[in-house]
Design a protein around this ligand. Structure first.
Ligand code: IPM
Ligand code: MN
Length: 357
């Protein structure tokens, strides 16, 4: 039997409840599809930082590197701060730069049974944000920039970084299935090339790469205009490629149009091991209240299964989520919370896993 070795980071706040939920579904789908999953638990995040002084101890990083994939709960606690005042225990940057996970892949899809504030039809919103996440503005956080001046954060991109993320986005537009078979395969580059020189380079390289993909429509949009368009005409989008900061902001905006960020998974992908998590944070105020919505975390399992080559099992998880939402056995409130709590929701999703998805 195939065994996939994965690392699991339970995370902070609602992370552990969500990981339990995700593992319930993973166990059902691995039984159904005949593969095994070997799990190495990695202690990491804000709680770990508080206890040990480091958010990801070296043996944890080694385990993440050695695993085929990492399933990660949300990390970070607003109360745990670094000496410079920024939040501690945020693993995103550490993992993304440490493993060179340059493509942060964020599917934004309106699922059945979920209320969209836009009153959109399920299936009408279905696009993916590809966020470059080893360069741009947040990368400077990883350096010793000090706190004395407002120049501490700087925006740096490289031709190589721009090129590989553009290729990633075009390749995704070519291969992704999407829920609308008639969709126009299109990559929209979102930047601020009219103001920032770094983003001018991002756009130039995007347009150069586009020439290698004549079968995919390529276009550019300024980030402010993109924010409007993602609300007013979300059905227009297929793949959006952008830098780290705009990708961060626009992916939460996208989540807000499909029932909330709790509905969305997120994958950090490079050329080797990858990491999958929900789009949202650790929501400490929801801990233990049976309100946390595990959908994004469970859909992260589906993304991970695709990465592991278990495509049928990945499809089965997505179909199970749709089925449970459609039938109302998983109910998402208008505020994005789940009124049955993560454990019951996971059971309901696991019951929907079919052997022939
Ligand atoms: C995300 C998160 C993180 C990020 C934070 C917590 C550092 O907001 O993954 O979108 O922006 O990278
Ligand atoms: Mn974010």
């Amino acid at each position: 039997m195939t065994v996939h070795d994965i690392a699991v980071i339970r995370g902070d706040g609602i992370g552990p409840e969500l990981i339990d939920a995700a593992l319930t579904v993973l166990e059902k789908v691995s039984d159904t599809y005949g593969f095994d999953v070997g799990i190495t638990e990695v202690d990491a995040g804000a709680g770990t930082y508080e206890r040990t002084g480091t958010a990801l101890p070296p043996e944890g990083l080694a385990a993440v590197r050695a695993a085929a994939a990492t399933l990660k709960g949300p990390v970070g606690l607003p109360s745990v701060r670094l000496p410079d005042g920024t939040e501690a225990g945020l693993l995103g940057g550490v993992l993304r730069s440490g493993l060179d996970l340059y493509a942060n892949v964020r599917p934004i899809e309106l699922l059945p049974g979920v209320h969209s504030r836009l009153r959109a039809r399920p299936g009408s919103i279905d696009y993916v944000i590809v966020r470059e996440s080893t360069e741009d503005l947040y990368a400077s956080r990883a350096k010793d920039v000090g706190t004395a001046t407002a120049m501490a954060d700087s925006l740096r991109v490289t031709r190589r970084g721009c090129e590989r993320i553009a290729r990633f986005a075009f390749d995704l537009a070519r291969t992704r299935s999407g829920s609308r078979p008639d969709r126009v395969r299109r990559v929209t580059c979102v930047d601020k090339a009219n103001v920032l020189r770094s983003m001018y380079l991002f756009r130039q390289v995007f347009l150069e790469v586009a020439e290698d993909y004549p079968d995919i429509q390529a276009e550019c949009l300024y980030a402010d205009a993109a924010a409007q368009a993602l609300v007013m005409t979300p059905e227009y989008f297929d793949v959006v490629v952008t830098g780290d900061m705009f990708g961060d902001i626009l992916s939460d905006l996208g989540g807000g149009t499909v029932g909330g960020i709790a509905m969305c998974p997120s994958g950090d992908v490079g050329d080797g091991p990858a990491c999958f998590e929900p789009l949202h944070g650790s929501a400490p105020s929801l801990v233990g209240r049976k309100k946390a919505n595990p959908t994004g975390q469970v859909l992260a399992v589906a993304m991970m299964l695709d990465h592991l080559g278990e495509r049928a099992a990945a499809r089965a998880v997505r179909e199970a989520v749709r089925g449970a939402l459609d039938m109302g056995t998983v109910k998402v409130e208008r505020d994005g919370r789940c009124d049955s709590g993560p454990a019951a929701a996971a059971e309901a999703i696991a019951r929907e896993v079919q052997p022939d998805a």
